[in-house]
Ligand binder design. Structure first.
Ligand SMILES: Cc1ncc(COP(=O)(O)O)c(C=O)c1O
Length: 412
């Protein structure tokens, strides 16, 4: 039996004060339920395993060992593996992020960037402005540094600049955190005009933005938009990841920061893990530099686009009157809002009992709200499964609003 820590003192007395802000979040519990055998899950945020370029990775893994031998398995620079940072410069430029190699730091996932940014910038009580709703993993990372949050209002075009301006006037905001493209959880994208307006506000108020961009490569239609970084590079730390275009298990993300701040990110990272794994970085460097990403990305888009279309089509067909939902041009999520009287937690419980999971949207709001919303993932299940799941969720929702107790059958 594994013993628990000596019980002479309550555990809370042993733990650092910051742990008071570090509770397990509700979504983790939902994902546990959603991953039970037989569950049809629209809850998770996982890329489809069939999107991983297994054969390419196998070849590159062999090539790296053959060409670099033990060096690929040796300790390496905290900033990141040189060839990967070099390959990232043109990759980022194509996205509109202009930087030299010195601005780039490789992290163990963009989650590592979120944590390190807060570690370097946030003292207890400092104010972070976040979108409402926002990516919960960021809030979990930030919480350990005991910030206070203020929420910026959003609509279909992302954060509302007038509301951001008001917040920046009223609060000493130290850091703004945004996911401007195909946001998690809403799938929404900040319009070009608003990107420029946000950049102007950053300059006018001399505030730093952490621009989190895991999803912009997953665009199924329309023209790419420049990142906010393009309009105010001195006020933006940009982060992205290989998780959605290669494989999340490799844990590879990166930041682009003004060089003086990049130095601090490196110092902080050194204390955490010395550096991100060399072997994975060497594989990713070859994946970029040899053109494999450019060749493989269309396959990922061709896999996800019909799934998004199926989910949207099912919403059009099955959502009862009074529902609204986003029409994401990319990413992994659709955001739906039911009528005012809808009990989404009750709907969630009934659906889970019937073998279908989604995430009630209220958990993505740091300061309350969103009680009638939900997040639906469309990358992890095939189109017919998504259609069946939406039809059952909506049938159950309609039955609830009719006051009828619906028994939800487990879909085949
Ligand atoms: C908005 C956002 N930021 C960051 C991450 C973390 O990604 P990574 O795997 O690069 O740590 C995710 C993961 O889903 C995400 O949705």
């Amino acid at each position: 039996m594994i013993p628990s820590i000596a019980d002479s003192r309550p555990l809370e007395e042993r733990l650092a004060r910051r742990t008071a802000r570090m509770g397990a979040n509700a979504i983790r519990e939902i994902l546990k339920v959603a991953s039970q055998p037989g569950m049809v899950s629209l809850a998770g945020g996982l890329p489809a395993p069939e999107s991983f370029p297994l054969e390419i990775i196998r070849t590159l893994a062999d090539d790296v060992l053959a060409e670099q031998g033990a060096a690929a398995l040796q300790y390496n620079a905290t900033e990141g593996y040189g060839p990967l940072r070099e390959a990232l410069v043109p990759f980022l430029a194509a996205r509109g992020v202009e930087t030299g190699i010195d601005g780039i730091t490789v992290f163990s996932g963009s989650q590592g960037v979120l944590d390190t940014m807060a570690k370097v910038l946030i003292s207890t009580g400092d104010v972070i402005a976040i979108e409402s709703p926002s990516y919960l993993g960021a809030i979990s990372a930030f919480n350990a540094y005991e910030p206070n949050y203020v929420s910026v209002a959003t609509d279909e075009d992302g954060v509302i600049p007038e509301d951001l301006a008001r917040l920046l006037d009223e609060h000493p905001v130290k850091l703004l955190y945004l996911v401007p493209t195909f946001q998690n959880p809403t799938g929404r994208t900040l319009s070009l005009a608003r990107r420029k307006a946000v950049a102007e506000l950053l300059r006018a108020h001399d505030v730093l933005l952490l621009e989190d961009d895991p999803y912009s490569s997953l665009r199924y239609e329309g023209e790419a938009l420049p990142p906010i970084h393009a309009f105010a590079p001195e006020h933006v730390v940009y982060t992205s990841t290989f998780s959605k275009v290669l494989a999340p298990g490799l844990r590879l993300g990166f930041s682009v920061a003004p060089t003086d701040l990049a130095r601090w990110l490196v110092i902080a990272k050194q204390g955490v893990d010395l550096h991100t794994n060399t072997y994975g970085q060497a594989i990713a460097a070859a994946y970029l530099a040899e053109g494999h990403l450019a060749a493989h990305l269309p396959h990922i888009l061709d896999l996800y686009r019909p799934r998004r279309d199926a989910l949207l089509g099912a919403m059009d067909t099955y959502a009862p009157p009074g529902w609204r939902w986003s029409r994401p041009a990319g990413g992994m999520f659709l955001w739906a809002e039911g009528p005012a009287e809808l009990d989404v937690l009750g709907l969630y419980e009934r659906c889970v009992a019937g073998g279908i999971a989604f995430v009630p949207g209220q958990f993505f709001f740091a300061n309350g709200g969103g009680e009638t919303t939900m997040r639906l993932n469309f990358t992890s299940a095939e189109a017919p499964v998504l259609e069946r799941a939406v039809s059952e969720i909506m049938r159950t929702a309609a039955a609830m609003s009719d006051g009828v107790s619906a028994a939800v059958p487990v879909p085949a």
